[in-house]
Design a protein around this ligand. Structure first.
Ligand SMILES: Nc1ncnc2c1ncn2[C@@H]1O[C@H](COP(=O)(O)OP(=O)(O)OP(=O)(O)O)[C@@H](O)[C@H]1O
Length: 268
């Protein structure tokens, strides 16, 4: 059963008329992880943000985005806001961007959990503290009192994963969640994503440059180039029997970069 069906998604710049994503169709099976891979500028982030209508207003989109049987493009702004966070969680490239720099991180979590689950401060903190312990964050009570700039990128990403554990979204969209991290933190954060899938069984869209990461985490892969899907298939198929020359090129150029990561994962 598919939890998400994207049909003929196109995105363009309203000012210049330039097409940025063309006629993109794909599905996500419930409980599975779909990776979107492609070079910088291929349209991966625009595609992810279009799913919950988070692209800037200067960009227009067309096509259907059917999530749990409902076409999200027909929802009002208030209705789509309700879906974000609770049903569809986004974990972005830079953990810092998810937080308000003027508030301690605990405030962000309390607001989010209050809005989606109606929890008071005490209940929200209790749940967050347990989830933070699960993702191996030490001294969670102290961490809740920190400002985002006082925490490392890896810690912020783990906090977003902890929030997802509490919210139990049906779909997690992770857009290069480890790009800003060093290899060791990348490894730790990926371990937490694997835990997240095991714990709450969410479906996942995982955008990455890193084929080593994709191989570990994804069931299926979409390869994007210049706003188009050029190849798709199971992870095994893409890694063993890629047909498109661009996919083969990505494999060849990225394989060396991913080696260190793969050694870490395989050693675990
Ligand atoms: N707000 C915008 N207005 C106009 N063009 C944009 C806008 N945002 C992105 N683009 C263009 O759309 C194309 C796709 O961008 P996108 O961010 O989706 O790429 P990406 O594959 O996610 O790349 P990266 O891996 O670098 O994040 C790029 O050519 C980019 O310059």
């Amino acid at each position: 059963m598919n939890i998400l069906e994207v049909e003929q998604l196109s995105i363009w710049d309203q000012h210049s008329g330039k097409a940025l994503v063309h006629d993109s169709s794909f599905q996500l099976r419930k409980g599975s992880c779909l990776a979107i891979v492609g070079e910088s500028g291929s349209g991966k982030s625009l595609t992810c943000r279009a799913l919950t209508r988070l692209n800037p207003k200067s960009l227009a989109q067309s096509g259907k985005i059917v999530f749990k049987g409902i076409d999200l493009t027909t929802l009002s702004e208030a209705e789509i806001r309700q879906k974000r966070g609770k049903e569809i969680a986004m974990i972005m490239q830079n953990g810092m961007s998810a937080f308000d720099p003027s508030c301690v991180v605990g405030v962000h979590f309390r607001e989010t959990l209050g809005q989606h689950l109606g929890w008071k401060r005490r209940v929200a903190d209790d749940h967050m503290i347990k989830a933070m312990e699960r993702v191996m964050l030490q001294k969670p009570v102290e961490l809740l009192r920190k400002y985002p700039h006082e925490l490392s990128g890896g810690m912020l990403q783990r906090m977003m994963i902890a929030l997802a554990i509490v919210l139990e979204p049906d779909l997690i969209i992770a857009d290069e969640p480890t790009t800003a991290l060093d290899t060791i933190s990348q490894y730790e954060v990926i371990q937490q994503f694997l835990l997240l899938r095991q714990t709450i069984g969410s479906s996942m869209i995982f955008v990455s440059h890193d084929l080593g990461v994709v191989r570990q985490i994804a069931d299926e892969v979409l390869i994007m180039r210049s706003g188009e899907i050029v190849e798709r298939g199971t992870t095994h198929h893409i890694f063993t029997n890629a047909q498109h020359e661009y996919t083969r090129y990505l494999m060849a150029t990225r394989a060396t970069l991913s080696d260190h990561f793969r050694q870490l994962m395989e050693g675990s």
